[in-house]
Design a protein around this ligand. Structure first.
Ligand code: HPA
Length: 273
């Protein structure tokens, strides 16, 4: 028998021991994109290390706290610090926090990530609303015995990213005069960035951007019946002809530079969901 339901209950009980407000919106912030929390009125912060069974993030640029509070009059829980498969956690462990959010009452999940652009029209600093994803190059977090109480064995994935939220995101970006691209996020395990041949393959397979996160969280969120919206910040271009060395520092730098645009959109979106 899987210990997952019990582990989830223990994590949720621990959190509910110190924070009891109803929360409908959850957020996962990507590498270098954590500044959103400075716009929030913070009511409670809980370090991942305190929460039973919670995975702990180890990457630079991820601090590892669950932050509860309010923005624009709406209650929200934000994962400041994301868990990645390449850190050595299983795919299910990576997505554990999303299941915790669901049990806390979260219905809408907003995600951001840093990603490499493979669409030739993209530039560093662009925002891309994620319209769809390709998860075949990662491990599916639902592999293993299905726990029917958490969701169905074979979840439909025809609308991983809510069409209604994509439309709202588009309208908000337009109103704020923030140009946004739209495209397909191609999930990989990392931690290596891609070879030139891999970037070319990802483009050929239908990806517009590639990254090491998000898809596992989205799969579990859909399994749990949540509505999802995601934005990628394009931090490097994978298909450049010239010298194409990519570093984590460059990714964090580009993410931080684009972050205010993302925060502006998310702030409005939280009001609109
Ligand atoms: N590839 C994979 N993950 C990434 C990239 C990339 O080029 N940029 C930021 N995250």
């Amino acid at each position: 028998m899987s210990a997952l339901p019990e582990n989830l209950q223990e994590a949720v009980s621990y959190i509910r021991g110190s924070y009891n407000n109803v929360i409908k919106t959850g957020m996962v912030l990507g590498s270098g994109l954590g500044n959103f929390i400075s716009e929030m009125t913070i009511e409670k912060e809980i370090g991942y290390t305190e929460i039973p069974h919670f995975p702990v993030s180890t990457v630079e640029g991820h601090s590892g706290r669950l932050i509860f509070g309010e923005i624009a009059g709406r209650k929200i829980v934000v994962m400041s610090g994301r868990i990645h498969f390449y850190e050595g956690y299983t795919a299910a462990e990576v997505a554990f926090p999303v299941r915790v959010m669901k049990l806390l009452g979260v219905q809408t999940l907003l995600l951001s990530n840093a990603a490499g652009g493979v669409n030739a029209s993209f530039e560093v600093g662009d925002l891309m609303i994620i319209k769809d994803h390709i998860s075949f190059a990662t491990v599916n977090p639902l592999i293993g015995k299905n726990i029917d109480a958490l969701g169905t064995r074979f979840p439909d994935m025809s609308e991983p990213y809510s069409r209604a939220l994509i439309e709202k995101g588009r309208l908000i970006a337009g109103r704020l005069n923030i140009p946004v691209k739209e495209g397909v996020y191609f999930g990989v395990t990392g931690p290596t960035f891609e070879t030139r041949a891999e970037y070319t393959m990802i483009r050929a397979l239908g990806g517009d951007a590639v990254g090491m996160s998000t898809v596992q969280e989205v799969i579990v969120a859909k399994h749990a019946g949540m509505n999802v919206f995601g934005i990628s910040v394009i931090t490097d271009i994978g298909i450049r002809e010239d010298d194409n060395v990519i570093s984590h520092e460059e990714v964090l730098h580009a993410a931080a530079a684009a972050e205010p645009k993302l925060t502006a959109i998310f702030k409005e979106l939280v009001k609109a969901v």
